[in-house]
Design a protein around this ligand. Structure first.
Ligand code: TLP
Length: 342
């Protein structure tokens, strides 16, 4: 049976070019600072997002956790969007590692209400009141269905942060999806924030790894926190080699994933018992509501026919396109949906 896997873009497997680069990678002990392949990846990554320096980390979660730890002190407040991955899906590291208070704010598809944000930033200075020191952004926004956050919003958030000297961290796990969809280079988004994390292991296809980028002094501190968390890796050029291919060869093809997600969304929108607006699908992630049965029930039925998706609540299903699904998989998925719901 054909298996079409739409659970995530984290399922992507390394390309032949990556495997070849991994086999041939020149390596050294990166904790001692002598893995030339990691150094090259960190230079390429920093340059891509226009930052002074970058650090290779094992996961996006660790990259975000390190950034929060470096930018904040215990008991301070971190402003998060209420559906943000960093707040909802990273096992609570804000509390566990950084011991900060998340201040969730509502948004319109990941775009903060500027009045609410300004209010949250300009809190009364009073020793009773925990003071915010960091604002986080997410682009593309996962749980808003891969929404692209406009550059204009980044500029506005920067301005508000500067009113009280706050730092801004971007969870840019899928920043290249945002960039391909909007035509805005990744370094332009990054120029509005103090630090950015982005993943090599999602749509870009590397097997493992994310990058954290920012000012050199920030990255020096981040290297220390990475070691503390057990994220110092030794001959890791073996993996970094795949990351270099990811950044150099895998960005442009993301438009294919976006095109396929749109076709899937349009097909789904015509089916009874499914609620989705194809206009909301800007990149490679789509969420829809199921009315005909529960989301877990639908996902189980899909699985029986070789279509894998994730139920993220009783009524919400998420599907993600990646290099592991082709046009035939889209066709297969729509046929199976029709069989179940049609
Ligand atoms: N997202 C995963 C799951 O955790 C939901 C996925 O399948 O989409 N930021 C964002 C916006 C993410 O979507 C993810 C992973 C991360 C951070 C964390 O990255 P990893 O999985 O490398 O720790």
């Amino acid at each position: 049976m054909r298996i079409s896997d739409f659970r995530s873009d984290t399922i992507t497997k390394p390309t032949e070019r990556m495997r070849e680069a991994m086999r041939n990678a020149v390596v050294g002990d990166d904790v001692l600072g002598d893995d030339p392949t990691v150094k090259r990846l960190e230079e390429i990554a920093a340059k891509k997002v226009g930052k002074e320096a970058a650090l290779f980390v094992p996961s996006g979660t660790m990259g975000n956790a390190i950034a929060v730890k470096v930018w904040t002190n215990e008991g301070e407040e971190v402003i998060v969007e209420e559906k943000a991955h960093i707040y909802n899906f990273e096992s609570g590291h804000l509390a566990f590692i950084s011991r900060v208070i998340p201040r969730p704010l509502p948004s319109k598809r990941g775009v903060y209400d500027l009045d609410l944000l300004r209010k949250a930033v300009n809190k009364r200075k009073d020793y009773h009141v925990p003071q915010p020191t960091l604002i986080t952004l997410e682009n593309t926004h996962n749980f808003w269905g891969g929404a692209v956050i406009p550059l204009e919003h980044f500029k506005e958030v920067r301005k508000i942060a500067d009113e009280r000297g706050l730092k801004v961290h971007l969870d840019g796990a899928r920043i290249f999806n945002a960039s391909i969809a909007s035509g805005v280079p990744a370094h332009e988004y990054a120029s509005c924030v103090d630090s950015i994390m982005f993943c090599l292991s999602k749509g870009l296809g590397a097997p493992i790894g994310s990058m954290l980028a920012g000012p050199r002094e920030f990255i020096d501190k981040a290297r220390h926190v990475r070691k503390m968390l057990g994220g110092g890796m030794r001959q890791v050029g073996v993996i970094a080699a795949a990351g270099i291919i990811a950044l150099e060869e895998m960005v442009d093809r993301l438009k294919e994933d976006h095109r396929r997600a749109k076709i899937l969304a349009e097909g789904l929108s015509k089916l009874p018992g499914i609620e989705i607006n194809p206009d909301d699908v800007e990149t490679n992630i789509l969420f829809f509501k199921v009315r005909a049965m529960s989301a877990p029930e639908l996902v189980n039925k899909l699985r029986e026919h070789g279509v894998l998706a994730l139920a993220l609540s009783d009524e919400d299903v998420r599907m993600v396109t990646s290099k592991e699904v082709d046009d035939e998989d889209i066709h297969h998925a729509l046929e199976v949906f029709e069989k179940i719901l049609g």
